[in-house]
Design a protein around this ligand. Structure first.
Ligand code: GCU
Length: 618
């Protein structure tokens, strides 16, 4: 029966992947880029800012034809002295890639619209390269990709990777002309939609690379401990090949565990199933990652995989079979000192380094998938991760197209990171308003995620109904029925009541599942000091956290952790107090200059107590 269940799951994965490709006519995501043969296209790109989209529409707003000489994806050089060119790319106008445009030029701080990027490059194909792909770590929000005047494809969604195959006939040895139209306009049918509490950073915000693959490339793989396995060390997964060489064998090696397994290539998806010998499980205390080598006759991939299990039992979260309390913090993908999107390993080190200083063993990467350097660094630092798609607030839950978009972003988030030991939780959204349509929409996402990855916990950050006069706050969102972890955002003492309201507040959930406070926080302008009743002072925020921590200490059984909002101040167009905010959300425990506010130390003290006396678990 068990093996039948395995094949059923496998066909579910295949079906879901094929659906994804068919519907989105996009190349299947290539994973583990660090292990591939790549050619970086990062650096300076020329740009044309185009708020009226002249580069794609004529004066009657009719779309220009593919070969129209006025289209901004076509070569911009005049053919002769009377050739009228009313656009052009120049080194006078350049932007750094990766990077948002808002933080690179003052005139772009609030820019929302179309901007054209152009990169010229020469390229010599390596001898054993068979197929060439263009890979983007992320582009916010829509990317139209053109190479040498031909359109390769479109990607929608600002925080997940994508790749397009480059036909051999298109690439030249000299002077390739790569143009990306980036459009970061918000829209009612977007994911996220018009309204967010973060800055709409536009641009090619993560790295761009050419990837060379052999014909029978290893496209993707999933090598994880089987969930709910009766036997310790049971690995169950698959390897996805671009093509099968007849008689070829797939090999999986884990040298440190003396594993060297061969699997017949029965098709483009090869099921893998084997037992590990005694191994050291990954955990925050011991983030052991093993070198795993996957190879076939044509390709060889090296990956670092930490083996561990995450599950729930009643109201407990179990990591490697033992109860765990998540000492978390929420993080936006932003470097506060420069007010810009984070994208590099150095940026990841700064943000996760701060989380470690706080005493965290977990981070909630809000409200969208962060750069891969964050999840890879979390693997090696031993920090558990909650990763989330930007189904945020009030998107259009009635639209099939919006659901497709959300599913695609979910697919890309899980595909990129499904071998990361640190990722324990997939979240399908944040503070979505309760309705039947919304709950059906979110359940669809939960079901899809479970097919793609049955090994991790599913959740969403729910909103509790805060009735100021109520002593007991009940978390009874119907979506909780379908989640493994009941997570909710509460701001008792900031949005309603005062921090003293925490003293008489009681919390309950109607579900016999672990529950988690996914946001709680108060604003303070770093360096502004007054008495604790003065809002915006560091002392008010400090008082808020003291009262919250006292409330945490008397939470009912099942309280499994908290990720306060938020590690650091971040830009938001919704925050316009001219003295205390000036376009910044000030709920950071760390201020815009990177200084730690007094509340940082209240939370740090709470976490250090938990570390010293794990038995109390909170
Ligand atoms: C909400 C939301 C956050 C927002 C925060 C706030 O809970 O999830 O994205 O920034 O509250 O109001 O600061």
């Amino acid at each position: 029966m068990k093996i039948f269940g395995f094949w059923l799951k496998l066909f579910g994965i295949i079906g879901f992947s094929l659906f994804h490709i068919a519907v989105f006519s996009q190349d299947e995501l290539i994973t583990n880029i660090p292990s591939r043969n790549t050619y970086s296209l990062d650096g300076q790109w020329q740009y044309i800012v185009d708020p009226y989209e002249t580069g794609i529409y004529d004066y009657r707003h009719k779309e220009l034809s593919q070969n129209d000489p006025q289209a901004y994806w076509n070569p911009d050089t005049a053919q002769n002295k009377s050739d009228r060119k009313e656009y052009g790319y120049s080194d006078k106008y350049v932007l750094k890639v990766p990077g948002d445009w808002n933080s690179q030029l003052p005139e772009f701080l609030y820019y929302e619209g179309t901007l054209w990027y152009k990169k010229s490059f020469d390229y010599h194909k390596s001898k054993n390269a068979n197929r060439i792909f263009l890979y983007f770590g992320a582009v916010n929000y829509r990317a139209d990709v053109y190479l040498n005047g031909s359109k390769l494809g479109i990607h929608i969604g600002g925080f997940t990777p994508f790749n397009f195959e480059v036909p051999d006939s298109l690439l030249k040895e000299k002077g390739n002309f790569l143009v990306i139209r980036v459009d970061n306009k918000r829209s009612a049918e977007g994911v996220p939609t018009l309204n967010t509490d973060w800055w709409n950073y536009g641009g090619i915000t993560r790295s761009v690379k050419l990837i060379e693959l052999p014909a029978a490339a290893i496209r993707d793989y999933f090598i994880q401990l089987k969930s709910k396995s009766e036997t310790k060390g049971e690995v169950e997964g698959w390897v996805k090949l671009d093509s099968v060489i007849s008689g070829d064998k797939l090999r999986i090696e884990i040298p440190a565990l003396r594993i060297n397994k061969i699997f017949p290539e029965t098709g483009k998806i090869v099921a893998v199933h084997f037992m590990l010998p005694p191994f050291r499980p990954w955990s925050p205390e011991n983030p052991v990652c093993y070198q795993v080598v996957i190879s076939n006759g044509a390709d060889r991939i090296e990956e670092k995989i930490g083996f561990r299990t995450i599950e729930t039992r009643g109201r407990e979260i179990l990591l490697n079979g033992k109860p765990v309390f998540l000492r978390g913090v929420c993080i936006h993908e932003e470097i506060p000192q420069q007010g810009r999107r984070a994208f590099s390993p150095q940026d990841a080190m700064q943000l996760l380094g701060w989380a470690r200083e706080l005493g965290c063993n977990m981070v909630r990467l809000a409200h969208y998938p962060h750069d891969e350097s964050m999840t890879r660094l979390a693997d090696s630092l031993g920090i558990m991760v909650w990763s989330e798609i930007p189904v945020y607030w009030t998107i259009d839950f009635s639209s099939a197209a919006v659901l497709e978009n959300a599913e695609k972003q979910l697919n890309e988030m899980i595909t990129r990171d499904h071998n990361r030991a640190s990722i324990m939780i997939w979240s399908v959204g944040n503070e979505t308003p309760v309705s039947q349509t919304r709950t059906h929409f979110m359940k669809t996402l939960v079901d899809s995620a479970k097919i793609m990855d049955p090994t991790r916990l599913l959740t969403a950050a729910l909103e509790v109904n805060l009735h100021a006069n109520q002593q007991t706050r009940m978390v009874d969102d119907p979506l909780g029925e379908y989640l493994d972890l009941i997570a909710f955002n509460e701001y008792l003492g900031w949005y309603g009541g005062t921090p003293a309201s925490c003293r008489t507040a009681n919390w309950e959930t109607k579900y016999n599942k672990p529950f988690f406070i996914s946001e709680t926080g108060a604003g303070a302008l770093g360096g502004f000091h007054a008495d604790s009743l003065t809002i915006w002072s560091e002392e008010y925020q400090e008082w808020y956290f003291r009262e919250q921590v006292s409330m945490f200490k008397r939470m009912p059984a099942g309280f499994s952790g908290v990720s306060p909002w938020i590690l650091a101040d971040f830009r938001s167009p919704r925050r316009n107090n001219p003295v205390y905010q000036e376009g910044w959300n000030r709920k950071g425990l760390i201020d815009q200059q990177g200084g730690k506010k007094k509340a940082f130390f209240v939370l740090k003290q709470y976490y250090s107590e938990i570390i010293l006396t794990p038995s109390t678990l909170r």
